[in-house]
Design a binder for this molecule. Structure first.
Ligand code: ZN
Length: 489
């Protein structure tokens, strides 16, 4: 594969040339959502970051197996080893089956990520569907001597592990610091040390999500699912593990410890982490009142929002920052993104109409290589966008006659915009349908009136054919007493 994609590897703390273990195959695992609430702004950034990486690797010709999990068991409140399961709590409060909660929010997550034009992963495994694999992993870690059973629960022995393997190499946290900052155990605890983490938890009488195991009726610890499912689908060692920076510690640190304990090595070649989104300079949090769901963004229904923002405005806004940089959300920034995105889309439309000359005054080949250079530099999407805006100026100048372009260069330029704007950045022109709403309404109504007339004449062959043809185009027709109704899917 001819390319020079450099990715920042969190564990080596430097940009490294991306070389997959089994080219052209690439294994990529990304921590997905815990499905107990609606997808929010915080979900959009990792979804879009790893969609960008997935799209770019595919564009380069790799065959990517992209696994993104659904966490539906074992993630306790405050990311701790105690307290209630997040999904079970929601189920209890709403008097639903836990799997009803899981299905509902998984569907909602899919709906919103689809609106953001995030491609679905190749495999989307659920933690609850991989309890056997998780139990087997606990057995392996127990066999290797890095875990202990205590009162029906099993904990990872961090101190013992640290004697052989450095614990904290991903996050840079040192065990001595952990020792001095973590609270003393009260003597009632089942753990040897407060920083030991659960691999298996014995379920209390009130705990509704539970499975039999050699140790107790219980449930797996949260960190375990990602180690079990990533290695099941991608092999003991695989290329990329991604997630938000908030997962670096303890979640990913614990994953490294688990796989090293079970198979003697870290499973991951490149650790890739996206930075967080802040809102008006503040961390997003339910208690701060600045928690905005994607639905609220798309409808504008939140006290912090001056208006609604379209999915592509959100996507473009996120891509306007490099994924490792901070990104501050504000109405001003979003409206800036909205304007810039519209300018880009209108240039793409102009591109279809411009006339060619004998020679070019613009250097299209150079623009293309600058776009690739930016992507290869750790997915520098803001730099790609800046280059595309250089092209926007050209397009507008060519259209008004102050620059010129040859037929060959125009072909290259069109291909470049298709590749970078739509295939790699994953943007969509939302305005096309919007701008032509009136025309579209008129046309469909006209056709449907023809169909009504055919029906009135009992010409059902024609009326059925019109309905079927429209259905094929994604227009659903609903017959009503006084006429018809239709909608575009
Ligand atoms: Zn995970």
């Amino acid at each position: 594969m001819q390319h020079s994609l450099y990715l920042y590897n969190t564990i080596s703390r430097k940009k490294e040339l991306f070389e997959p273990l089994h080219s052209p195959f690439v294994g990529m695992y990304v921590c997905g959502p815990t499905v107990y609430g609606d997808a929010h702004l915080g979900h959009a950034r990792p979804a879009i970051t790893f969609d960008l990486l997935f799209r770019y690797l595919s564009h380069l010709g790799y065959k990517v197996r992209y696994v993104r999990n659904i966490t539906d068991v074992g993630h306790l409140e405050n990311d701790a080893d105690e307290g209630e399961d997040k999904i079970a709590k929601k189920a209890r409060l709403e008097q639903l089956e836990p799997m009803e909660v899981v299905q509902y929010y998984t569907n909602r997550y899919h709906e919103f990520t689809e609106k953001l034009n995030v491609l679905p992963p190749s495999i989307e495994p659920h933690a609850s569907g991989h309890i056997i694999e998780q139990i087997q992993l606990v057995e392996k870690i127990l066999e290797s001597g890095f875990a202990y059973e205590s009162n029906g629960s099993v904990y990872f022995d961090v101190l013992k592990y640290n004697e052989k393997h450095p614990y904290g190499k991903l996050s840079g946290r040192v065990l001595d610091d952990l020792l001095s900052t973590t609270r003393d155990l009260d003597g009632q605890s089942e753990k040897h040390n407060s920083f030991d983490f659960a691999l298996w938890k014995k379920a209390g009488a009130e705990h509704i999500m539970r499975w039999p195991s050699p140790w107790s009726d219980g449930f797996p610890g949260w960190h375990l699912e990602c180690t079990a499912m990533s290695t099941k689908y991608l092999g003991e060692v695989f290329d990329i593990h991604g997630g938000g920076m908030d997962l670096l510690f303890p979640h990913h640190e614990c994953e490294i410890a688990q796989s090293t304990a079970a198979i003697g090595k870290d499973s991951v070649r490149y650790w890739v982490h996206n930075n967080m989104i802040t809102i008006n300079g503040q961390k997003m949090g339910k208690s701060l009142g600045n928690f905005i769901t994607l639905e609220e963004l798309f409808t504008g229904n939140h006290k912090l929002l001056e208006k609604s923002y379209s999915p592509m405005t959100i996507r473009f806004f996120i891509l306007m920052a490099q994924y490792r940089g901070t990104l501050d959300f504000s109405n001003e920034a979003l409206q800036g993104a909205e304007k810039a995105f519209q300018r880009l889309m209108s240039a793409v439309q102009t591109l279809e109409k411009i006339k060619t000359s004998d020679k070019s005054t613009v250097d299209v080949t150079n623009l293309e290589s600058k776009c690739y250079e930016a992507m290869n530099d750790d997915l520098n999407s803001p730099m790609v966008i800046a280059n595309l805006f250089d092209g926007v100026r050209w397009i507008n100048s060519i259209a008004d006659g102050s620059e010129s372009i040859s037929a060959n260069d125009l072909k290259t330029l069109k291909a470049l915009y298709k590749t970078f704007v739509f295939d790699i950045l994953g943007l969509k022109d939302e305005s096309m349908a919007g701008a032509n709403t009136e025309l579209l309404d008129g046309l469909i109504s006209m056709i449907l009136k023809e169909r009504l007339e055919a029906k009135a004449k009992k010409d059902f062959v024609t009326s059925d054919r019109i309905r079927d043809e429209l259905t094929k185009l994604g227009v659903t027709v609903k017959d009503k007493k006084d006429g018809f109704d239709w909608e575009i899917k």
